[in-house]
Design a protein around this ligand. Structure first.
Ligand SMILES: [Zn+2]
Length: 144
């Protein structure tokens, strides 16, 4: 198992991706939705891996649009798009924005462009069930 660690620009939101895959084996996807294009988002996920997200108090902004089933996690401090998360039957799943957290090992990769505009909400949930990864999101409590 490899642990890939990264964080948003200011460090308020920290992530750790645990995977049996190397950075070269993990997918790298350029979602072409209106949100991801504006952020230049490049995402990865390992359905057999695990993503741990830890946010400092008050640093996690959640943005929703379109079908409204996804929380786009944005740092309230530095504005970086960190991850997309969705609450499902099996719990929280997510994809990680490799570019937003500057995850090491993905430099020079050509991402696969992804266009999902015609999906129904059911399509979307079904696709993600096979591609998104289990995730844990915690907001740390303010230090005394
Ligand atoms: Zn930040």
């Amino acid at each position: 198992m490899t642990e890939f660690a990264g964080h948003c620009h200011c460090g308020a939101i920290r992530v750790e991706l645990t995977s049996a895959l190397t950075a070269g084996e993990l997918p790298l996807r350029a979602c072409q939705c209106s949100f991801c294009r504006r952020h230049g988002g490049l995402t990865t996920a390992d359905p057999k891996g695990r993503l741990h997200i830890e946010a400092a108090p008050g640093s996690a902004n959640r943005y929703r649009f379109g079908l409204g089933v996804t929380d786009f996690l944005i740092c309230a401090e530095c504005g970086v798009y960190v991850a997309a998360m969705m609450e499902g039957e099996g719990g929280l799943t997510a994809v990680l924005n490799v570019r937003g957290v500057d995850l090491p090992g993905f430099e020079g990769r050509t991402p696969d462009p992804m266009i999902y505009d015609d999906e129904t909400p059911d399509d979307r949930v079904a696709r993600r069930a096979g591609r998104w990864m289990p995730a844990v999101f915690v907001e740390t409590s303010p230090s005394a």
